[in-house]
Design a protein around this ligand. Structure first.
Ligand code: 5GP
Ligand code: MG
Length: 189
């Protein structure tokens, strides 16, 4: 096989917090938990995009239940690393979830604002049950009480990018989770 071209943006990372191998391994464990929970049940997965896109794609291929997939859009980080007030939830669900078991998937649980708002929306639509699976959990930043049933990694209070997570829409394609070098946060003049 031809040698892979290295991703130049990997050099933008100050340090890697979670490696590609660690993510792969942990997704296997999460999938086992989720497979046990929903064995024999009809499951609807709702991914909060864009952030959850890559995590969801990898997780779903390890799930062994005849599931349905839908996406919802939520944005709280409009520019830079700071949330700008309440998340905007764009309810563009195509599937009817009334009476269905829902697994919400997101990249990271931070203040809890996004997941609690989306969870309320799912409950209001009459879901039979709602559980949450996040790859990352920044417990120290919680503003509203929220616990995810399935957590990949608890991480410290640092702004991370990669594996779906962006900084100004860049870096989502990195295969690992890392912290950017400070010079890449600097606004372009
Ligand atoms: P919350 O509503 O829990 O504060 O934040 C959820 C959303 O904020 C996540 O889905 C993610 O899009 C964004 N977010 C929170 N922390 C980080 C971070 O460290 N890095 C990036 N790139 N996005 C984050
Ligand atoms: Mg997000």
């Amino acid at each position: 096989m031809a040698k892979k071209t290295p991703i130049p943006e990997l050099k933008h990372l100050d340090h890697v917090l979670v490696s590609e191998t660690a993510i792969k391994r942990r997704i296997g464990v999460l999938a086992d938990q989720i497979n046990r929970t929903y064995r024999g049940k009809d499951l609807t997965v709702i991914a909060i995009v864009n952030g959850a896109l890559i995590f969801t794609a990898d997780l779903l291929r390890q799930l062994r239940t005849p599931l349905r997939l839908d996406c919802i859009r939520a944005s709280s980080y409009h520019t830079g690393t700071q949330a700008t007030g309440k998340p905007v939830i764009v309810d563009n669900l195509k599937l009817d979830i009334s009476g269905h078991h829902v697994l919400l998937v997101d990249d990271i649980l931070d203040t809890g604002n996004t997941l609690s708002a989306v969870r309320e929306l799912i409950i209001a639509k009459g879901a039979a049950s709602v559980r949450t699976c996040v790859l990352l959990d920044k417990k120290a930043r919680r503003l509203v009480p929220f616990e995810a049933e399935h957590v990949g990694f608890e991480i410290p209070n640092e702004f991370v990018v990669g594996y779906g997570l962006d900084f100004n829409e860049r870096y989502r394609n990195l295969p690992c989770i890392g912290v950017l070098k400070s010079k890449y946060y600097a606004p372009k003049l």
